[in-house]
Design a protein around this ligand. Structure first.
Ligand code: ADP
Length: 514
């Protein structure tokens, strides 16, 4: 990849985010570094490796931008700003209709700049540009419009009580929301978190994932241009154990929303509990079954199962990563799944028709390759793929394993990569037990023509979402979240509003009742 500057130059609003000159290094610059600076800033022109008389990029990747790294002190500043904006600022005090108009204006501005923002999202994450521009950015805009619609429809109840009382509930904003998001869908995760919090009148400190800091900063600037008051939305770029932990354990943060791995989810829950018992919602890992029944149209099932697993380089918490196929159609399914994976277009995410870009970073890339090795060693049949794609970047060949058994690591762990595991099942009771035999419970796919089978599976599967004859339908109005160790609480739809509201009961004694 070349430098990200090229993308910034096509979108003037973004160029503000890049320093015109700066101290360059291969890591984030810390606030402490800046304070220690005792000489004038130096223009550093040479940042590559000098090998054999040539400046070359490091084998492990090229630097595309330098981003300020926030730590605990910066989190304190951001929380203080959010607190002021909540306690004294106009945002919670303006009418809900005014808030909704700002959300709508922001959605319009993002829509106008979809191509540029999608390009930046591709630089940010490596995902195909077409996916960002045609699927994710339109969804982002839709989410803001959906929650703009809710802003002025949030209200409590009047409740009949036993006695001379007038009882009402007030649905009030919670206060300062801390939000920690992952790198797989940087803008969509931003929207899932920010939309409901703002619709309810909260203020926010959001920490982006260290791998993908660019787009949240960019859209936040547009948000301010759309009329969002200062201090309402504060963005911290930085690492988890420093900035993330500071946010999770902050005494002045009233609510924490986190999306990421189950292991980190446990850490942030503990931090929240040990500090001020802030309310916590978690959206964590998954190992979703995708169940293809005996009566399925195999061609369609293969297409959908492929999409369910390979979408976004396989980097989805709800990826259909255990493909259970009925034994009657197993051989045909495996062969067609292999052919489909071999046709998958991998390459430069900016090129037309590319379906799969690189994995997010070297750590994830190595992790995926390790799981592929473990699949081979444990005796699964490697149908295709199995290694690195090309010689540069973190591309992985679309990989399909058949004859996968439930106790193999590739069937148990969240791989988060383009590795499909196809398992065989005999009957519905058997597959229900096996599908539920996991610590996770995020989502499941069911493919069948039989409405009774669909209903039975939908009720028996212990997961937050069941997609029947479809997958990854992420409508703004549909709630999403996990059973078991896939999380707590729901995002999107009306359910997400409850995460950002306090319910206050107001009980007034009535002197005279007619
Ligand atoms: P992954 O392993 O997929 O990168 P993580 O759960 O580690 O997923 O990361 C998701 C988000 O959680 C990121 O924003 C990351 O910076 C943050 N994070 C990681 N570790 C911690 C931590 N100890 N405390 C708070 N946030 C963290």
């Amino acid at each position: 990849m070349t430098v990200v500057r090229r993308v910034f130059s096509v979108f003037p609003a973004l160029s503000r985010l890049l320093p015109s000159s700066g101290r360059c290094s291969n890591r984030f610059t810390t606030a402490a570094d800046l304070e220690e600076l005792i000489t004038p800033p130096v223009q550093i022109n040479y940042t590559k490796l000098l090998i054999n008389g040539q400046f070359v990029d490091a084998a492990s990747g090229e630097v595309i931008a330098h981003v300020a790294e926030g730590d605990a002190e910066d989190v304190n500043r951001a929380v203080a700003a959010a607190r002021r904006a909540f306690d004294e600022g106009p945002w919670p005090r303006m009418t809900a209709y005014e808030r909704s108009k700002i959300l709508l204006r922001f959605a319009d501005m993002v829509e106008k700049n979809i191509k540029e923002i999608a390009a930046l999202e591709t630089w940010n994450s490596g995902k195909p540009y077409e996916q960002a521009a045609k699927i994710e950015l339109p969804m982002f805009v839709r989410l803001f419009r959906y929650y703009a619609g809710w802003a002025d429809k949030i209200h409590g109840l009047t409740i009949p009580a036993d006695g001379p009382y007038h009882v009402q509930t007030l649905h009030e904003a919670i206060g300062v929301a801390g939000q920690i998001i992952p790198w797989n869908f940087p803008l969509l995760m931003f929207a899932w978190k920010v939309c409901p919090a703002l619709a309810c009148g909260n203020t926010i400190v959001l920490k982006t994932a260290e791998q993908t800091p660019l787009t949240a900063l960019c859209v936040a600037i547009l948000f301010h241009e759309a009329g969002l008051p200062e201090g309402v939305l504060n963005i911290i770029s930085g690492y988890g154990p420093s900035a993330g932990a500071a946010l999770a354990s902050h005494m002045d943060v009233d609510k924490l929303a986190f999306t990421g791995s189950t292991d980190t989810g446990k850490i942030v829950l503990e931090l929240a509990g040990r500090s001020n018992l802030k309310a916590v919602t978690l959206e964590l890992g998954g190992k979703s079954p995708f169940i293809v029944c005996k009566d399925a149209n195999v061609n369609r099932a293969v297409q959908l199962a492929h999409f369910a697993l390979f979408f976004n380089q396989g980097q989805c918490c709800c990826a259909g990563s255990r493909t259970y196929v009925h034994e009657h159609i197993y051989e045909e399914f495996v062969e067609k799944a292999r052919l489909r994976a071999m046709r998958r277009v991998v390459g430069d995410p900016f090129k037309r028709g590319v379906e799969q870009g690189p994995q997010i970073d070297s750590e994830q890339f190595e992790k995926v390759l390790k799981y592929i090795k473990s699949g081979i060693v444990s005796g699964a049949t490697l149908e295709c793929g199995g290694g690195r794609f090309g010689s540069k970047g973190y591309f992985v060949q679309p990989t399909v394993f058949s004859n996968v058994e439930d106790d193999m690591l590739i069937a148990k762990d969240e791989i988060f990569g383009p590795v499909q595991s196809i398992l065989k099942f005999k009957d519905i009771d058997d597959v229900i037990k096996r599908a539920n035999n996991t610590q996770y419970g995020l989502a499941a796919g069911v493919f069948t023509k039989d409405v009774n089978t669909a209903n039975r599976l939908s009720r028996a599967l212990r997961v937050g979402t069941v997609w029947v004859n479809c997958f990854d339908v992420f409508d703004a109005a549909i709630p999403f979240g996990g059973y078991k160790m896939s999380g707590m609480g729901r995002e999107k739809g009306i359910y997400s509003l409850y995460n950002y509201l306090q319910v206050k009961a107001v009980v007034t004694h009535l002197n005279k009742v007619r």
